[in-house]
Design a protein around this ligand. Structure first.
Ligand code: ADP
Length: 674
């Protein structure tokens, strides 16, 4: 075995690998980029080496700097984690040339599987089932289109070098093919430096089932059962579980055998995952093989009791697999959810900022936490926005679901947009409880993403108004409970206005008004047809009891960058106090949604300046976080001009387009009569 390991990664996976090394008594060396100097993984490691500035290509992807760090620190092996250099055969080769062990499969196996197209050719030869498709070398548009017609629409175009849900386009009909192909090739070239694509029949709502396999250098291959990763948004996983619910023994047998065949076909050693799509009738098809540890490996660890990172280290050191297939048993059920800094309502765009508050429930035998983040961290735009993973384990799936719901209810995050409410809603659905998930499930259940579609109701507005009034007076607690401080001749009256929704997150409702009266007995609020006395009593840092008329409710209120986030049960509402100086709610939305939602580069302008466009028309494509985002017209109007040229880098919040709204339906404010 080695005695010192360098971890060529950051965040939760770096921390997780360090934990196993520590348990085995191995010394660890972290690498880090300048902004990560004080990050958790750096503090946990025995030694740490800075490998460059923030941008991944200047730090975590710098092969030379990482190899030099390993040599200087005396590490014998490099664990690449996932992402970054983990599936880069060139890096594995360079490690070998420098006399370092790359903790992963052979260079040949990585090469064979690094392209989805070549992987398919190998699978075809060894009889692993494939979807109808085209994975040939010829890449001209006419050839690809004729292949698409042969396969039959809908067809999926995939970057052969793709990963992380990037570089994929569904094409429903021939007329869309050329535009989708061009967009896919652009994204593939930008993200993977390789514009090649393959085509596949697009299956409607299959399940994503993957098999964890392990091989050693002595030629043994075994599997550690399967995971179900069907809960996805934008073709990216957010929740994974093991074993796959409702998978019969026979089906498990067939899929795990095919996965082991796939691994043997390339002489695989180390940890790997073979991904399949499974149709309801039982047909399953190879998608790709990932030649590394996966984000979701903890669910497999929880049901098998095996530390996969330890096995990776042992196999890389030349040892035989610690167990035989017959000695691996499956126990209970495990579910993992991924907490991301992202805004579900804005198409799951990554969010950045200062992580002001970051509280996770305490770990236990039934709850495992994986994170590399802490309160006070700055969540930047250079890396994957995953903040943490929660993994629950229980005897039965029903108990695991209950454990997950309870754990999620305890998570508190402020400072950056995050998907916690989305995950809570997801975990609360009957579909999830039933275990009958498929890859289209999240998209079908629209309520999951947007939360309650209904506009903020009277209790929400009442809470928002009382909270604002409380903030105006530092002696807040007493102010909420009584109006004594404002007893005047007659009652002081004012109207507070709010608007709901996130800027840039699509249409927001019009203004919402709360009439406030400061009465001798306390505050009185009029909201639409509701009226009554009202009070807000703090019960915890952000937990309040609202009494409005006869109704009482417990809720959570948080303010972030001028926006109020109010949570009642599983419903989340976002409100912004309406700036009286602004002209209208619609104008506000119009401007907001024409700003860059995140830092990025303009890659296409889609209409001529001076054109009149209808609401929803695509205007500009921004590439951010290596993905394309289309900025659409927020209302009917005229595009006056672009403020950023094609190729230009833009900061978050920069105005991209001069836009004039023509059909401005000015919202009416329904204030109760004085
Ligand atoms: P990546 O490497 O980017 O993760 P994958 O090839 O693993 O890409 O696919 C990611 C997801 O996209 C799958 O889990 C599945 O939900 C969806 N997907 C991929 N191929 C197909 C297909 N042929 N039909 C339907 N959905 C697909």
């Amino acid at each position: 075995m080695f005695d010192k390991i360098l971890i060529a990664n950051r965040g939760e996976i770096a921390c997780r690998v360090i934990a196993t090394c520590r348990r085995l008594g191995l010394a660890t060396v972290a690498v880090y980029s300048e902004p990560d100097a004080a990050a958790l993984h750096v503090r946990l490691a025995d030694q740490a080496v800075c490998v460059g500035p923030a941008a991944a290509r200047d730090s975590y992807l710098r092969i030379d700097a990482i190899i030099e760090a390993a040599q200087r620190s005396g590490a014998q092996a490099i664990h690449p984690g996932y992402g970054f250099l983990s599936e880069n055969p060139l890096f594995a080769e360079r490690c070998a040339a420098a006399g370092l062990v790359f903790i992963g499969p052979s260079v040949a196996a990585m090469r064979a599987m690094s392209s989805k197209a070549s992987a398919k050719q190998i699978m075809q030869r060894c009889g692993v089932p494939l979807l109808p498709g085209y994975h040939g070398e010829e890449q001209d548009a006419a050839r690809l289109k004729s292949e698409a017609e042969r396969i039959g629409y809908p067809v999926l175009i995939k970057a052969t070098a793709g990963g992380g849900g990037k570089g994929m386009r569904v094409v429903e009909r021939a007329a869309e093919f050329d535009e989708r192909l061009a967009s896919c090739q652009r994204e593939a070239a930008a993200s993977f430096n390789d514009a090649r694509v393959l085509l596949e029949k697009y299956l409607l709502n299959p399940r994503h089932i993957e098999v964890q396999i392990f091989g050693d250098s002595l030629g043994q291959v075994l599997h550690l059962f399967e995971r179900d990763c069907s809960a996805q948004r934008r073709h990216q996983k957010v929740l994974e579980e093991a074993p796959a619910p409702h998978l019969g023994e026979l089906q498990r047998e067939r899929m795990t055998r095919a996965a082991c065949d796939a691994a043997r076909a390339v002489g695989y050693s180390g940890a790997g995952t073979v991904e399949f799509l499974l149709e309801p009738a039982g047909g399953f098809y190879f998608m790709e093989m990932n030649t590394r540890i996966q984000v979701e490996h903890p669910v497999t660890e929880m049901i098998t009791g095996i530390d996969l990172v330890e096995w990776q280290l042992r196999v890389a050191a030349g040892e035989a697999l610690p167990r035989r297939q017959g000695e691996i048993a499956l126990s209970g059920h495990a579910i993992e959810i991924r907490i991301y800094a992202e805004i579900p309502e804005a198409g799951f765009l990554p969010s950045s900022g200062l992580l002001r508050r970051f509280e996770l429930p305490p770990a236990s035998g039934a709850l495992r936490l994986e994170t590399g983040s802490e309160a006070g961290d700055r969540v930047g735009i250079d890396y994957d926005p995953m903040l943490a993973k929660l993994i629950v384990h229980a005897d039965t799936r029903a108990e695991a679901v209950a454990g997950l719901r309870a754990a999620l209810a305890q998570v508190r995050i402020a400072g950056v947009g995050n998907n916690v409410m989305f995950l809570r809603r997801l975990a609360a659905t009957d579909t999830f409880a039933s275990g009958l998930l498929d890859i289209g499930f999240i998209e079908r259940e629209h309520e999951l993403v947007a939360g309650s579609q209904h506009p903020p109701d009277a209790p929400v507005l009442a809470a928002a108004a009382l909270w604002i009034i409380g903030q105006e007076r530092p002696a807040a607690a007493s102010v909420w409970n009584s109006g004594d401080g404002w007893r005047l001749n007659g009652h002081l009256r004012r109207t507070l206005e709010f608007e709901s929704g996130l800027p840039g997150a699509g249409p927001a409702a019009g203004a919402l008004a709360v009439l406030v009266e400061y009465r001798p007995a306390g505050l009185w609020l009029g909201i639409g047809e509701h009226s009554g006395s009202a009070s807000l009593v703090a019960e915890g840092e952000d937990i309040f009891h609202l009494q409005y008329g006869a109704d009482g409710v417990r809720l959570q209120i948080e303010e972030d960058a001028g926006q109020l986030r109010i949570v009642i049960g599983d419903d989340e509402f976002r409100l912004r106090r309406r700036d009286p100086l602004r002209l209208s709610g619609d104008a506000y939305v119009a401007e907001a949604s024409l700003m860059a939602p995140m830092p990025g580069r303009v890659i296409a302008q889609l209409v001529e300046p001076g054109s009149t466009v209808v609401k929803g028309a695509p205007l500009l494509i921004l590439e951010a976080m290596k993905m394309e985002h289309t900025i659409c017209a927020p209302a009917n109007g005229t595009l006056r001009g672009f403020r950023a040229a094609v190729g230009e880098q833009v900061r978050e919040g920069v105005e991209l387009i001069d836009f004039e709204v023509t059909t401005l339906e000015s919202p009416r404010l329904e204030s109760p009569p004085p």
